[in-house]
Every structure is written in structure tokens, then in C-alpha cells.
Write a protein that binds this ligand. Structure first.
Ligand code: SAM
Length: 247
């Protein structure tokens, strides 16, 4: 059941007034009618079960039937640092990360990143990726959504590592440590960061710097996975191990 995101300032007593894109989407695209039940969530992740009271093209009034306190934020939080991929592969990677419950996505520019956005383009891309992350959360019924951070160069990420008790960097040339071995303490972890390279992979210099910054390099097995596949494989494994698909 989709959950649509609103701002809490659109709540007036027991009514929520929807305008703009959401009102248009519900009235003109989904052709919702008065009396229908829709689920909303605000920026505090409070969820609202509502009944549509008035439906017009650009303005909808929804009556609150039930407020649900925010679900606990998933712990450990999972962060995906993804090298910017070409074309719609990055859109796909962000959408799947959103469905798999990632809390934060950091787009990263590495030595071999093919798509190197300039600052203006990076700003617009980030807005688009944030919309994709919200839509993915709405579609799968999450009451929160992945935050997409500004695009950063890999060296900046290494200098300002994310708050994570476990930072893993899958590297296809890693021979000594499997992902399974790196996750041996998983239930003690407070937050986990996953760093996935670009189509051309990481350079040895980058892997060395990653290790120096506390990232643990792991192998995902003998097959070379596409970057977008590698990220989703790791996130699905974490989802299974931590939540056995239960949340
Ligand atoms: N260097 C690879 C090649 O020659 O085709 C390309 C890198 S791969 C397409 C993109 C990213 O996926 C890598 O940087 C790594 O993070 C991850 N990856 C893919 N296969 C992997 C594996 N078997 N073990 C660990 N990481 C892998």
C-alpha cells in the first residue's frame, strides 16, 4: 500500500490539505475519489490513515482517521556510497536502495567514474535522485525514505568517513576476506556503510586509501558483478541477515 509524503505544516486539526504535484497525482493520475482511503507520512515519519473528503484537481482535503506513531528507525542504519554510474543505471541503483531500506545514499565521484557531473548538473541530478528515492519509498510503503547526499569526490569521503561501525568496500580483486567473514559481528553493528565502485572499478590506490580510512575490502565471489548488481546484492544480503525480510 503506497504511502505518500507530506509536510506536517499541511495538517490543520483533523484535516490534511494536499496541493501541488501530490494533489494532481492523486486526482488526475490515480483518479482518486472522495471516500477513498489513502496513507500519508510526514517528515517526522508519523503515518496518517486518511479518508478523502474533498477532491479537486489541485487541492484535496483528507480527513485523518488514524495517526500512527513513527515506526522505529531501522537499526543498524545502512548507508550506500555509490560511485556515480552512467545513464539510468544510477537511477536504478537509487531506486533499489530505497526499496531495500537504505537510510542514506552518497553519490561518489572516483578516478574511473565515467559520468562526471559539473556542480550545477550534480545539484539537479541530486534533486532528481531524491525524487526517485521518495517515489521508491512511497511505492513500497516505507514511512521514511533514503536521503540522497550531495555528490562527493572519493577522497573527500575518505577524509570525512560516514559514522559507521562497519564500513565495507566490495573489491573484485580481494582474495582474503569474504563478505560473510566481514559480517561476523553484524548484530553488534550500530550502522553499516557500503562503498561500491563505478563501471571500471576502483584503482589499487583507491583501495589502499579506503583501507587506510577504515574500510574493509571484501570479495563477493568469483564473478565480476555489474556495479548496480553488486550494490543490490550486498543490500539484499544485509536486509536478509538483519531483518530476514521482516521490516
Ligand atoms: N573492475 C571490474 C571489471 O574489470 O569489470 C569492474 C568493477 S565492477 C563492474 C563495479 C564494482 O562492483 C566494483 O568496484 C566492486 O565494488 C563491485 N564488485 C563487482 N564484482 C565484485 C566481486 N566479485 N567482489 C567484490 N566486489 C565486486
Amino acid at each position: 500500500m503506497p504511502v505518500y509524503f507530506i509536510q506536517s505544516n499541511s495538517i490543520q486539526n483533523d484535516r490534511i490539505v494536499l496541493t501541488g504535484d501530490l494533489a494532481h497525482h492523486l486526482s488526475a493520475v490515480l483518479r482518486c475519489r472522495a471516500g477513498e482511503i489513502i496513507h500519508l507520512a510526514d517528515e517526522d515519519r508519523v503515518r496518517y490513515q486518511t479518508e478523502l473528503a474533498q477532491v479537486a484537481e489541485n487541492r484535496i482535503v483528507a480527513k485523518i482517521l488514524r495517526r500512527e506513531r513513527p515506526e522505529f528507525r531501522r537499526t543498524p542504519a545502512i548507508l550506500l556510497a555509490q560511485a556515480v554510474l552512467k545513464g539510468d543505471k544510477m537511477d536504478w541503483a537509487i531506486q533499489k536502495a530505497g526499496e531495500l531500506g537504505v537510510s542514506t545514499i552518497i553519490p561518489v565521484v572516483t578516478e574511473r567514474t565515467i559520468a562526471r557531473p559539473n556542480s550545477e548538473r550534480a545539484r539537479r541530478q541530486r534533486e532528481r535522485w531524491q525524487t526517485i528515492a521518495k517515489e521508491a519509498a512511497q511505492q513500497c510503503g516505507r514511512s521514511d525514505f533514503s536521503d540522497v547526499a550531495p555528490v562527493v569526490p572519493l577522497d573527500v569521503l575518505f577524509k570525512n568517513p560516514p559514522e559507521a561501525s562497519l564500513k565495507i568496500v566490495p573489491w573484485e580483486q580481494e582474495e582474503g576476506r569474504s563478505l560473510k567473514a566481514a559480517l561476523h559481528n553484524l548484530n553488534e553493528e550500530k550502522s553499516i556503510a557500503v562503498l561500491i565502485g563505478p563501471e571500471g572499478g576502483f584503482s589499487s590506490r583507491e583501495i589502499e586509501k579506503a583501507r587506510d580510512s577504515g574500510w574493509v575490502s571484501v570479495s563477493l565471489g568469483p564473478r565480476i558483478l555489474r556495479a548496480e548488481t553488486a550494490g543490490m546484492a550486498v543490500l539484499a544480503i544485509l536486509d536478509y541477515e538483519l531483518y530476514s525480510g521482516g521490516n
